[in-house]
Design a protein around this ligand. Structure first.
Ligand SMILES: Cc1cc2nc3c(=O)[nH]c(=O)nc-3n(C[C@H](O)[C@H](O)[C@H](O)COP(=O)(O)OP(=O)(O)OC[C@H]3O[C@@H](n4cnc5c(N)ncnc54)[C@H](O)[C@@H]3O)c2cc1C
Length: 382
């Protein structure tokens, strides 16, 4: 059996790397082990969009220049299910960095900071003498389960998988675009709503393109899932034929489990932290991973209460906001109204970006403005 590790992180995506990086940042002598079933670089089905808020997290982890060689993107264009449209410039730039590059850089930064990185697929977890033992051989004072949407750690600690009604599925590929295309486009679709396609130019003559929808809506079509996803993508972005198509689940935050059990904390997709309105999850992965790494080093005897508390302080109000908005957004007319208001009022656009990509909340006055427009359109429609 190995020695006892202060922290073992399962999964080397943004959540796991952030946990490992933060632990060593706060306690340079901490013994931290990062396990991933894959070797890096590895691909991950994703839109590759890194919000400004994710960039802030990189700075907090001591990596402010990790993606400085990638082009910042400010222009955003959204078309709602009913055809309302907003074209605007975001207050702070986003980035598009293929995950094969982004995740490998994070893992490498963790290695350079003294984290031991091993290729290992975790299959079993037990608690012995107050420690967590993985696969009978790796013993830890604390574990961060950051093993993604189909988390094994989450299942091993007795927490159910993300419920189907709060799970989306999306396919992504790459398409050729003009080198100077720098508009992030989102095209929503009324059929099978909520459903939308995106095109996020990388800045090298390619764009990440994709299409996602809720799992029950996909099943309701009665058709093979892959065919539906590929056909809808081609239908919504006919001028951007995609290659390297790859799909993955998105556990949306209204279906999130608790923060963990005992000495095991869940972070990122394993903790069901994906924004139900936009599918953004990298920022929450970095944030929750950082907080889990902090708890493991700052409260080593009992990290979970600290982690739960800090996560609640950072995201609690925001998550309650997006839970409520996800309910309202079941009506495509609500989204039409929100985009319609955002197209006319700059501050509303900025706020929607904060709610969709960051930790923003919605003031009652804005909810009122959107609800009024929504009701007005419903009455006109009737
Ligand atoms: C198609 C699609 C598009 C998306 N677009 C965006 C976007 O544009 N912007 C955005 O912010 N978010 C987007 N998301 C969400 C985003 O991809 C996730 O929220 C993010 O990857 C979560 O990071 P993570 O570290 O929690 O998990 P992951 O990135 O999934 O990393 C989990 C890691 O755990 C490893 N692992 C899994 N099981 C085990 C095991 N048993 N043992 C050891 N290792 C294991 C895996 O190999 C993997 O490296 C998208 C998701 C999808 C599916």
């Amino acid at each position: 059996m190995d020695d006892i590790w202060d922290l073992v992180v399962v999964g080397g995506g943004p959540a796991g790397s952030a946990a490992a990086l933060r632990a060593r940042q706060l306690r340079p002598d901490a013994r931290v082990l990062l396990l991933d079933k894959a070797d890096f670089p590895r691909d991950k089905a994703c839109g590759d969009g890194i919000a400004a808020h994710g960039h802030d997290e990189l700075a907090l982890l001591g990596l402010p220049d990790l993606i400085a060689d990638h082009r910042p993107t400010r222009r955003l264009s959204i078309v709602s299910p009913g055809g309302a449209r907003v074209d605007a410039t975001v207050a702070r730039p986003n980035h598009v960095v293929p995950r094969a590059v982004f995740d490998a850089r994070l893992v490498e930064a963790a290695r350079e900071r003294g984290v031991e990185v091993r290729r290992h697929r975790v299959r079993a977890l037990a608690v012995r003498h107050g420690h967590v033992v993985l696969d009978g051989t790796v013993t830890a004072r604390a574990v961060v389960g950051a093993d993604g949407a189909n988390s094994v750690v989450r299942r091993l600690i007795g927490m159910p998988a993300s419920p189907g009604r709060h799970t989306a599925i999306a396919v992504r590929g790459y398409a050729d675009v003009p080198l100077d295309d720098d508009v992030q486009r989102i095209v929503m679709q009324g059929e099978g709503w909520p459903a939308y396609a995106w095109s996020f130019p990388v800045g090298d003559g390619s764009a990440n393109v994709g299409f996602g929808m809720l799992l029950p809506r996909l099943r309701a079509t009665g058709l093979p899932g892959r065919r539906v996803l590929h056909d809808r993508l081609a239908e919504l972005l006919p001028h951007l034929p995609a290659r390297d198509l790859r799909a993955h689940h998105l556990p949306l935050s209204p279906g999130r489990p608790g923060a963990g059990v005992g000495r095991v904390m869940l972070a990122g997709d394993a903790a069901g932290l994906i924004n139900p309105l936009t599918g953004e999850g990298i920022y929450y992965a970095l944030l929750s991973g950082r907080l889990a790494g902090e708890a493991a080093t700052q409260a080593p005897d009992d990290p979970l209460p600290r982690y739960r508390g800090e996560l609640g302080r950072a995201l609690g109000r925001h998550l309650r906001t997006t839970d409520a908005l996800a309910l309202a957004a079941r009506s495509p007319r609500f989204i039409d109204a929100a985009i319609g208001v955002a197209a006319r009022r700059r501050e509303v656009f900025d706020l929607l970006v904060e709610v969709g990509l960051g930790a923003g909340t919605v003031p009652p006055s804005l909810l009122f403005a959107v609800a009024r427009r929504w009701l007005g359109e419903a009455v006109r429609g009737a």
